[in-house]
Write a protein that binds this ligand. Structure first.
Ligand SMILES: Nc1ncnc2c1ncn2[C@@H]1O[C@H](COP(=O)(O)OP(=O)(O)OP(=O)(O)O)[C@@H](O)[C@H]1O
Ligand SMILES: [Mg+2]
Length: 240
């Protein structure tokens, strides 16, 4: 799955295997994290249960209060603005990742919980920061990867800003088109029929095409996660 120049929305019911997609991504990115070309900024609103074991891989990690997660997003918006100014002053249109200025992958596990318990003023700030990152981040070397359980109306508002979409097992047929776009289910993406016995299975809509592909993420158990976390030491750079 390409991450450069896109944003990724992963939707799936509880237990559908969203975590396995995220961990597979982290494992695939490990060499680029190690060399410093990619920096992971990770927000785990569910209190770090899912992603904290990978903390050694992450340049930034927040699983505390909604305030601190909001501040992390706003910090990334500032970095985006700096990069945009730099690109403009050098007459470049696209950011090239280097260890001094890595490609940043912002991962948000369970987007809906990020705002569910927050005060309205914080929700507004989060919405604004996320909107700016999704609309302007790509050229500045920033990719947003967000996971959600329920692709309901809150999420659909953001959907079109995610060019790459992953529909894991979903509870009902209507949700399939909510994630993958109109007509996707009729064209074969039966995410509502994925068995509970095969977590990690998903249909993926590749950016810029109508093509739908069935995939299964590899599964990293606790030991594999521990090995992965021990094997990588991200360099301390701009984004750390
Ligand atoms: N790709 C996979 N292959 C095999 N088993 C998997 C895979 N992904 C997940 N599982 C199994 O399913 C369980 C639930 O997966 P996971 O925690 O990733 O779901 P989730 O979608 O993140 O759920 P939640 O929304 O509750 O966080 C895992 O603990 C594991 O046992
Ligand atoms: Mg999860």
């Amino acid at each position: 799955m390409r991450l450069s120049g896109t944003h990724v929305l992963i939707a799936g019911a509880t237990g559908s295997g969203k975590g396995s997609i995220l961990w597979s991504l982290f494992r695939a990115l490990a060499p680029a994290i190690e060399s410093g070309h990619v920096a992971m900024w990770v927000v785990d609103p569910k209190g770090g249960m899912e992603l904290r074991p990978g903390i050694a891989l992450f340049a930034r990690f927040e699983d505390g209060t909604t305030d601190s997660m909001c501040e992390l997003l706003e910090e990334l918006v500032q970095l985006k603005d700096e990069r945009a100014r730099e690109l403009a002053s050098e007459a470049r249109r696209v950011h090239e990742p280097t260890p001094a200025s890595p490609h940043i992958v912002l991962v948000i596990d369970e987007l809906a919980t990020l705002t569910a318990f927050a005060e309205r003023s914080i929700v507004r700030r989060i919405d604004q920061a996320l909107g700016l990152l999704l609309t302007q981040g790509r050229a500045c070397g920033i990719t947003v990867v967000a996971a959600v359980q329920d692709p309901g109306k809150d999420v659909v508002g953001w959907r079109d800003l995610f060019p790459t979409r992953v529909a894991m097992r979903l509870d009902n047929p209507i949700q399939v088109d909510m994630v993958l776009g109109e007509g996707a289910r009729d064209r074969g993406a039966r995410s509502d029929q994925i068995s509970e016995l095969t977590p990690g299975v998903a249909f993926v809509r590749v950016e810029g095409t109508r093509e739908l592909r069935r995939v299964r993420a590899s599964y990293l158990d606790d030991q594999a996660i521990e090995r992965l976390a021990c094997s990588v030491t991200p360099p301390v750079g701009e984004a750390a």
